[in-house]
Every structure is written in C-alpha cells, then in structure tokens.
Design a protein around this ligand. Structure first.
Ligand code: FAD
Length: 462
C-alpha cells in the first residue's frame, strides 16, 4: 500500500490541522508519514530571527512526540534553500512509496510559488496533492464586498467577516485518532537538530520560560488569558507595562495554535456574553485581514506599498547613523529606545510600542519602512510576513487602511498616555541607563512638520 505524506511548515500542531486530519482519515490501509524541511539558507534570506528558528525547532520536537502518539513518524529533510526542496521531497516520496501529499496553504506569494513547484512535480509523477486551508478561519478570497471585490478597509472587512462567520461558524478540528501501528517502510522518526547556527545570528535567543514550547503550553496560556485577562483586554491592552495582552503571537506565528482555537476558547470560557464582538476577537480578525490583503493585492508581497502613489512622493533619508541609533535604542526618545531594547533582548515588543517605534522611524527619522520591517523580522519571535508588512505599511501611511499621514505618534505624548508612571520605560532602560541617556537625535517639532509637509505635498492625500 502507498503512504500518505503530510508536509508541515508553520503549522506545528496535531489538533485543528486540516492536512493531517484529512490524511489520517480512512487510512487504515496506508500509513501516514510526516515530513518537515530544515532550510537554513532560506531562513537567513527571509530574515527569520534566531529566536524564532529556535522556538520553531523546539516546537518541532514537541510535534514529533505528539505525532509519535498517533503512530505517525516524522522525517526531516535538510536543504539549503527552497530551490532544492521539490526534488528532495520527491526523492523521499519515492523512497517511501507515497500515494498522496497533504499540506496546509501558506499565503505569501513566495510560499505559494514554492508549493506550486512541489505540486507540479508530484502531479507529473501521478501523485495527487491535497492543499488545505487551515491557517485562516475564513479563506482568502471569501470575504468580499457587494461588488465581489476584496475589502481595502478594515472596519467593513471585519463586519463582513463576522457576518460570514455567524452564518457558518467554524469549529476547530480535533486531533486525528491514533492510527494502527503500520508496517511502514519507515517507522522511526529523524532527530530534530538543535537550534544553534540557524537563521540570523543577531538578537535574542529563544527564552523558554517566557514561551515554553508545545501546543499544551499554548493552550494553557490561551485558557489563562481568556479566564483572567480577556475581560480587561480592551481597557488595558495599550499600556505596555501591563501584562494585559495574550502573548500568544509566537504560537500563532509558528502555527502551534490557530485563531480558530482562540475563538473557540473565547466562546467556551469568556464570561462576556458579547465575546464575539470583543476587541480581542477584532485583533484576531486583523491577522486575517492582512493575509487576505496579500492574496488580493499581490504587489504587496514584493515589498511594494499598497499605495505606491503616496510613497512616490516621499524621499526616504537612508541615513545609516540615524537608523543605527534607532535599532540600538539610542535615539534619546525614551519610549522608542525602551521598545527597541525589549525587542533586541527578548524577541518581542508590545503592540503599542511597535506602533510608536515604527512611526518614529518612518515619519520622524524619515527612513524607509522596509528597513524597519526587515529589522523587526530579524528580531521578532513572532515574525510574520503578512502582519509585519501590514503593521509597517500602516505606520508609514502607505498601506491599506493606513494611519492618516498627519498621524505621527509623539513619543512624549504617547508616554504620558500609556506609560504615565514610566514603568515600562524604566524596565527596559534601568536607572543607571536613564541618567545616562543620549541626547535626542532629532528635533521632534522640526521633523514632524517636515514630514507632514512632505506627505501633504504628495498631492493624493486629503
Ligand atoms: P494580542 O493583543 O493578545 O492579540 C492576539 C493575536 O491577534 C496576536 O497574537 C496576533 O496574532 C493577532 N494580532 C493582534 N494585533 C494584530 C495586528 N495589529 N495585526 C495583525 N495581527 C494582530 N504581529 C505578528 O504576529 N507578527 C509580526 O511580525 C508583527 N509585526 C508588527 C509590526 C508592526 C510595525 C506593528 C505595528 C504590529 C506588528 N504585529 C505583528 C502586530 C501586533 O503587534 C502583534 O501581533 C502583537 O503585539 C502580539 O502580541 P499578543 O500576542 O499579546 O497580541
């Protein structure tokens, strides 16, 4: 009998995993084998952060255990880049006599191209591919306006999203049932390599006490958040010194957890009868929105802005000294610097501070948003192409439904509002640093006015 092969990528889970679930169904005859590719050069080229790779590998070890409990062995192939991937996957498929390849869709154009190449090679050889939608709650292309077009603005998108969801609530899939022990051609799993030496070697290492690996931990954190913090989320989420948000982004990014499971947890455990309209669910919809945009507006995948006509009129400064001051947390603007220290030291930054920091780099230092986006990717444990791109284009006012051009976060005012006691700032810039701070690298008022003039002159702005 032939085997079914399930290819795991950023979906390191056994529950609510559509490709695994479907492969395991009716597979009493054929065994199911899992495969994952280790692609160090590719990770480096795609600016994967060191901590993200380490976290991903640690979750892969957990996944291997969870798969073993289902009698699904895990094979590991090692290639430098995606270019060698189709051949290597096919070589494995031949070796184990594969009758079908299963995987969950990834939405960035580059990943889609990679998957199409694999699909083509398998199809040419008569092996069917089953591509599932598992990462999104509502598939890209399914949330459209009355003209049948993709939404460009978030609020109407989120309304339509909620309406569609209510018509067709989607519940998470359970884990597949344990398969009978098979006479596999391959029965033992491969060893998962350690996280040393993969991806970019800058920034923080993975902190296993902040983000323990494994779906069990992710679900514990999710339940804890829903029980204890989801109620106050809307009031407290903007205060970076508070532990008010879920901190689940690394798990969502590696696909250890799904947003479907997050929504289901809210439904099951939230004390709020209106949980479906809660701010937290809205944030999960933002994640969906940015993925839908990537598919509907492919130029965004190529680092082009959603609004090229705005960007065309802006002259980025490409000032290495200013960029370095920002990236090292030495701008002399305390909240920006605290945020950058948090990012570099832990691999994560609070959302409010991400917005302040990105606005500062693009609108006040007037540096190209791409440089900031790359730096974020190289350091974030939750680095995610769609959300990061969306966040940066929003901040630079060149994205879909972006911040209006005159919205320039004042670091001082943001601090007064969201860190009034300075608790966040002093956490990342301790006393000895606070008394020894660099002078501000720019004159806020001057740069603010210059920036507004430049965006205004782009002529396309109201
Ligand atoms: P919570 O507040 O608990 O939200 C729950 C989940 O909803 C998050 O884990 C995330 O998956 C999703 N979410 C929340 N806010 C957003 C948002 N604005 N856009 C998209 N999804 C959202 N998020 C990433 O996951 N990866 C990135 O690379 C990333 N880069 C960003 C860059 C910039 C410049 C900005 C402004 C935002 C970026 N975000 C990114 C979005 C957001 O900052 C993080 O998702 C959030 O801080 C993660 O913390 P949390 O899990 O506690 O979020």
């Amino acid at each position: 009998a032939t085997h079914k092969l399930v290819w795991f990528r950023n979906d390191l889970r056994t529950e609510d995993h559509h490709a695994l679930y479907h492969a395991c169904q009716n597979s009493t005859e054929a065994g199911v084998i899992a495969v994952v590719a280790i692609t160090p050069k590719q990770w480096e080229m795609q600016d994967e952060a060191k901590c993200r790779v380490e976290f991903w590998l640690a979750n892969l070890i957990k996944l291997k255990q969870d798969l073993a409990a289902l009698n699904v062995p895990l094979k590991i192939i090692r290639v430098a880049t995606n270019r060698e991937l189709p051949e290597q996957l096919w070589a494995l498929a031949q070796q184990i006599n594969v009758g079908g390849l299963y995987f969950n869709k990834e939405y960035p154009e580059y990943e889609q191209a990679r998957d199409q190449q694999v699909e083509q090679l398998f199809l040419q050889n008569g092996v069917a591919c089953h591509v599932c939608d598992s990462d999104l709650i509502l598939p890209a292309g399914s949330v459209l306006n009355q003209q049948g077009q993709a939404y460009k603005v978030f609020t109407p998108f989120s309304k339509a999203w909620r309406q569609l969801y209510l018509q067709q609530p989607s519940t998470p899939l359970p884990s597949p049932v344990q398969l009978p022990k098979q006479n596999y051609l391959i029965t033992s799993s491969d060893a998962v390599p350690m996280g040393i030496g993969y991806g970019n070697q800058v920034g923080a290492s993975w902190n296993s006490s902040l983000w323990p690996a494994g779906a069990d931990h992710a679900h514990q954190l999710l339940q804890q958040f829903v029980h204890e913090r989801s109620h106050d989320y809307k009031q407290l989420r903007d205060f970076p010194a508070q532990i008010a948000t879920s901190s689940l982004s690394p798990y969502l990014s590696a696909g250890v957890l799904t947003t479907r499971q997050c929504v289901a947890a809210m439904q099951a455990y939230s004390k709020d009868p209106d949980w479906f309209y809660s701010q937290w669910v809205t944030e999960l919809i933002w994640r969906e929105f940015y993925r839908h945009l990537l598919v509907a507006f492919p130029q965004m995948n190529r680092w082009q802005p959603f609004k090229p006509e705005v960007e065309a009129k802006i002259s980025w400064q490409y000032d290495e000294k200013l960029f370095r001051a920002w990236s090292e947390g030495e701008t002399g603007f305390a909240v920006v610097d605290a945020g950058m220290k948090q990012l570099v030291e832990t691999g994560w930054m609070h959302n409010r501070v991400r917005m302040i920091s990105a606005s500062f780099l693009t609108k006040l230092l007037r540096q190209d948003w791409r440089l900031g986006a790359r730096f974020f990717m190289q350091h974030l444990i939750d680095g995610d192409f769609a959300s990061n791109l969306g966040g940066w284009q929003w901040s630079a006012s060149v994205g879909a439904d972006a911040a209006p051009y005159f919205r320039i976060f004042s670091p001082m005012r943001q601090t007064d509002r969201f860190d009034p006691q300075g608790a966040y700032i002093s956490r990342w810039l301790p006393d000895e640093l606070l008394s020894n701070r660099p002078a501000p690298v720019i004159d806020y008022a001057v740069e603010r006015n210059r920036s507004i003039d430049e965006y205004k002159n782009s002529g396309v702005l109201r």
